[in-house]
Design a protein around this ligand. Sequence first.
Ligand SMILES: [Zn+2]
Length: 91
Amino acid sequence: MKTIRRKKYIAYKCGKCGIISVFPSAIGDGNTCIECSGYILPIGEARVHEKANTTMTIGINVDTTQLDEAMDKAEKLNALLCEINKTSPPL
Ligand SMILES: [Zn+2]
């Protein structure tokens, strides 16, 4: 059974430009409008739609694969450079 943990956010409406800004509830008070830095009033709790953690896991897997490939190529390049240094005559 999947459990999706949703972060809590608070939505604020700007008194100057009317744009609604959303901040994580953990940040607390003292925020200003994202657009105009105007004074904002809390209008209620908000939730942000997020896909399940599968996207994050796939991204990490791809990165790890690419890192392994990069390390492999770096090792081969290093070995090749060592070989060239050994065999090439001094300039
Ligand atoms: Zn504003």
